[in-house]
Design a protein around this ligand. Structure first.
Ligand code: ZN
Ligand code: ZN
Length: 282
C-alpha cells in the first residue's frame, strides 16, 4: 500500500491555479492512495524581486518596493471544500493542513491561522533567504532560487540549511519539516554535481536539530531525496519519516512514492499502524 501523501496543494494555494481538490481526491481513489493532506500555502515573508520575473502561476501582490507576497488562504472556502470532499469520497482519509513558510518568523499570525483552520497536518518549510542585494534593507528576503543570483551555489544551500536549523530549534507549531533539499530544485547545472562532502556537516546539523525537536523529516518527492540524507537522519536520531509529493495539480499526487517508500525501507524505516501514521524505525 502507498504511504499517505502528507503534502498536497489545491486551488487554495496561491501558486497552484491548476490545483483541484476534488479531482485530486478522485485521483487518490483511482491510484489506491489511502490518505492525503491538503497542506495549503501560508506565506507571510515577502520576496524582493529585483526585476526577476514572477512565474505565470503565481497569484499575489507586488508592493511599492517591488516585493512579492502570495495571496492569503481563503480559510472558510478551503474548509468547505475539504468537507465536500470528505462527503464525496467517504473511503478516503482526508486531512486538512497547512504548509507554514518560515513560521518561526511570524508566530502570532501563524498561531491565528492554525487555530482558525484546525489544520491536522502542519508542515514547516523554509523558502526564503536573507537578501544580500546592496539595495536591500536588513530583514528583507529573496526566494531561495533567486539566492543563486547573490551567493555561490554551495553558500545558497548552507544558508538554507542554517535557517532550517533555526526553524527546527524553534517552538513553531509544525510536525513535519518539508523539503530539506529545496535549494537543490534550482541547483545550477553549470555548478556541476552537488558537493555533498562540503555540505555534510551543515545537513547533519539541521537533521540533529530536527531530531532533537521530536519532529519528522519529509521525503518530498518533487526531487528524489538523496539516500545519504535519509541515512544521516537515522544517525542523527531521527525516528519519524513522512511522505509528500508537494503536488500542485491532481496528476502529481503521490508521484515517486514507490521509490521513496523503498528508500525509506532500505534506510531502516517502516510503515506505521494506520495510513496517516508517520513511518518509524524498523
Ligand atoms: Zn514548500
Ligand atoms: Zn508545498
Amino acid at each position: 500500500m502507498l504511504p499517505a501523501d502528507g503534502h498536497v496543494h489545491s486551488q487554495f494555494s496561491w501558486d497552484a491555479p491548476a490545483g483541484d481538490m476534488h479531482a485530486t481526491c478522485a485521483r487518490a481513489v483511482e491510484i489506491g492512495l489511502p490518505a492525503l493532506a491538503f497542506t495549503e500555502h501560508v506565506d507571510l515573508t515577502r520576496w524582493n524581486l529585483h526585476g526577476q520575473p514572477l512565474p505565470e502561476r503565481y497569484r499575489g501582490q507586488v508592493d511599492a518596493h517591488g516585493a512579492f507576497l502570495g495571496n492569503p488562504l481563503e480559510v472558510q472556502a478551503y474548509l468547505d471544500e475539504v468537507e465536500r470532499c470528505r462527503h464525496d469520497f467517504p473511503g478516503l482519509r482526508i486531512w486538512s493542513g497547512l504548509e507554514l513558510s518560515e513560521p518561526h518568523w511570524h508566530p502570532a499570525a501563524v498561531a491565528d491561522l492554525v487555530s482558525a483552520t484546525g489544520a491536522e497536518r502542519l508542515v514547516g518549510s523554509v523558502h526564503a533567504l536573507p537578501d544580500l542585494h546592496p539595495d536591500a534593507a536588513q530583514g528583507e528576503h529573496v526566494e531561495t532560487g533567486n539566492g543563486y543570483l547573490q551567493r555561490p551555489p554551495v553558500e545558497v544551500v548552507r544558508a538554507y540549511l542554517a535557517e532550517v536549523t533555526a526553524l527546527a530549534a524553534s517552538d513553531a507549531p509544525f510536525a513535519v519539516l518539508a523539503h530539506v533539499d529545496y535549494p537543490l530544485r534550482t541547483w545550477p547545472a553549470s555548478a556541476g554535481p552537488v558537493p555533498w562532502d562540503a555540505l555534510e556537516d551543515d545537513v547533519r546539523t539541521a537533521l540533529s536539530a530536527l531530531a532533537a525537536s521530536g519532529r519528522a523529516l519529509e521525503l518530498n518527492t518533487r526531487r528524489p531525496l538523496e539516500g545519504r540524507v535519509l541515512r544521516w537522519w537515522r544517525e542523527a536520531g531521527g525516528d519519524a519519516v513522512a511522505f509528500g509529493s508537494d503536488a500542485h495539480h491532481p496528476d502529481a499526487l503521490a508521484h515517486g512514492f514507490r521509490d521513496a517508500a523503498a528508500l525509506a525501507g532500505a534506510c531502516g524505516f517502516r510503515p506505521g499502524a494506520t495510513p496517516f501514521a508517520l513511518w518509524g524505525r524498523a
